[in-house]
Ligand binder design. Structure first.
Ligand code: HEM
Length: 517
């Protein structure tokens, strides 16, 4: 009996396992090689180079290994894209394969297992969620968000007018503006008291998102929690639940009451915030990340609602703030361009009023300064994608589930696309055919390109332009204590978003002939 069983097992092995093993070897031999890259050690691969995975470190490696190179971090393949041609391949030609997102253990946990939009894999669920966000949350139709930008710009001008002649930290003011805009868009104006608590939660999330965890690369270590992050993760998510759940419940109650009034024919007209909008798609029997049929409307869970709100907070606050700080820094460093922008503002707006929305399209040189700033200092310098299946780029093989990092910082400074790429020269964008923000020109992709590109670009550019234009129009700016423009520190931080290492301090003095407050 045992002998028979042994024979059956042996022949099964021969018939199934052996051919598979041989096929595996053949396909390995026949498949194309990985892209070039530094040689790694067994098991840990290039993990010792972890500290170099910044936009600057990867740019240095690209000089040596080219526009597409390969690193192996433990068990994870990382493909780094550093040239416009390879970026087009990944974000346009083969975008359906390259549109998943990688997520670390911390990110998966904090986003309720990718219940948000940023970290959801490319899937029918993501498609529906993206449509919902683009149509209902970030669209021009949500006039309330656009109104809050105007209110907050008025507020910043008013606050700075009380500080004329004094050195001010521009980021303090602008961060307040972006935080208020997104917070008000998300929760409405009623919940403004809890902002500080919410910001503390966001800061902890942000640290955990960036925290190094060896288990992300050597997965069998997950159960030992080698970097001791699990307790912090649980605490952070619990804090978020405690903060947002009551706000969502309150909105749900208000919605139920409003529905009652509508039934009784007492029309209730109120601006909807993002929680209200999302509650319209909430369903108690919704299943996380499940799309339903393609024609069925999307059903959201509470986790989806929380995830999308966190996406907006992360996507919309630091990014705009750093961009405003960089544009002000570049103009203070290049006084001849500051003069030219202010002259343009004088010609178009005059000195008797502030800049409003309808002026923005009439300020071509100012817009070039915004573009040039985003070329040199993209607030999100590394786009993070993942492959859904095996792929080939040129003569190289990219295995399924590779992490694909697109270095937009180095692409924006590629000497084959840009002359004198490290110098701030806004006039390069005045030329006919110069790239716009839409992501069709792969040498300039500060908002990404294609399926996973930034859905908040409209709101982002409106806030960035209206804020920067008013700062430049309403005030004359000088560096403090006789500092020379060439002495400005231009060093950059490293992380998911990138800012100046040291804050920009400058002294405003009034420029307009009308009162600012
Ligand atoms: C100057 C400001 C901003 C910049 C430079 C920026 C840039 C980007 C970039 C580079 C991406 C990733 C593209 C990719 O992976 O291919 C992205 C994604 C995203 N951004 Fe923005 N962003 C900004 C503002 C905003 C704002 C204001 C919001 C919303 C309130 C927002 C929401 C998002 C979301 C939800 C995603 C994920 C999209 C997806 O995965 O499908 N962003 N953004």
């Amino acid at each position: 009996m045992h002998e028979q069983l042994f024979l059956v097992l042996k022949s099964t092995l021969l018939v199934i396992a052996l051919p598979m093993f041989i096929l595996g070897i053949i396909s390995r031999v026949r498949r194309k090689p990985y892209p070039p890259g530094p040689t790694g050690l067994p098991i840990i691969g290039n993990i010792a180079m972890m500290g170099q995975l910044t936009h600057h470190g990867l740019a240095k490696m690209a000089k040596r290994y080219g526009g597409l190179f390969h690193l192996k971090m433990g068990m994870v393949h990382i493909m780094v894209v550093s040239s416009p041609d390879e970026a087009r391949e990944v974000l346009q030609v083969q975008d359906s394969v390259f549109s998943n997102r990688p997520a670390s253990i911390a990110i998966s946990y904090l986003t309720y297992e990718r219940a948000d939009m940023v970290f959801a894999h490319y899937s029918p669920f993501w498609r529906k969620m993206r449509k919902l966000c683009v149509m209902h949350l970030f669209s021009r139709k949500r006039a309330e968000s656009w109104q809050s930008v105007r209110d907050e710009v008025d507020h910043i001008v008013w606050a700075l007018s009380g500080r004329t002649g004094c050195p001010v930290n521009i980021v303090d003011h602008v961060f307040n503006l972006t935080k208020n805009v997104i917070y008000r868009a998300a929760f409405g104006s009623k919940f403004s008291e809890g902002q500080d608590e919410f910001i503390a939660i966001l800061q902890e999330f942000s640290e955990l998102f960036g925290a190094f965890n060896i288990a992300d690369f050597i997965m069998f270590l997950t159960w030992v929690d080698p970097n001791g992050l699990n307790d912090r993760l649980v605490k952070a998510r619990t804090a978020l639940d405690r903060f947002i759940d009551p706000i969502i419940d309150d909105h749900a109650k208000k919605k139920a009451t409003n529905n009652e009034h509508v039934k009784q024919d007492n029309k209730v007209e109120e601006d909807l915030d993002v929680v209200d909008e999302l509650l319209n798609f909430y369903s108690e029997d919704a299943k996380l990340n499940k799309a339903g049929s393609s024609t069925e409307p999307i059903k959201l869970t509470k986790e989806n609602i929380k995830g999308i709100i966190m996406d907006m907070m992360f996507g919309g606050t630091e990014t705009i703030t750093w961009a405003v700080e960089w544009v002000m820094t570049e103009l203070l460093r290049n006084p001849e361009y500051m003069k030219r922008v202010q002259q343009e503002l004088f010609n178009v707006v005059g000195l008797t009023r502030r800049v409003n929305e309808s002026d923005l399209d009439k300020l071509p040189f100012f817009r070039c300064c915004i573009k040039e700033t985003l070329r040199m200092h993209p607030p999100i310098p590394l786009l993070l994608h993942e492959t859904a299946k095996d792929a080939v780029i040129g003569k190289y093989y990219i295995p399924k589930r590779s992490r694909v990092v697109i270095n937009t910082w180095v692409i924006g400074r590629d000497p084959n696309s840009w002359s004198d790429p490290d110098t701030f020269k806004p006039e390069r964008f005045l030329k006919e055919g110069a790239p716009d923000f839409k992501g069709a020109n792969f040498e300039f992709i500060p908002f990404g390109s294609g399926r996973r590109s930034c859905p908040g670009m409209g709101l982002a550019l409106y806030t960035l332009e209206l804020c920067a234009a008013n700062l430049l129009h309403c005030f004359t700016w000088e560096l403090p204590d006789g500092m020379k423009p060439s002495e400005l520190n231009m060093d950059e931080t490293f992380g998911l978003t990138v800012s100046k290492v040291s804050r920009l301090i400058a002294v405003p003095s009034p420029r307009l002939l009308c009162p600012l407050s």
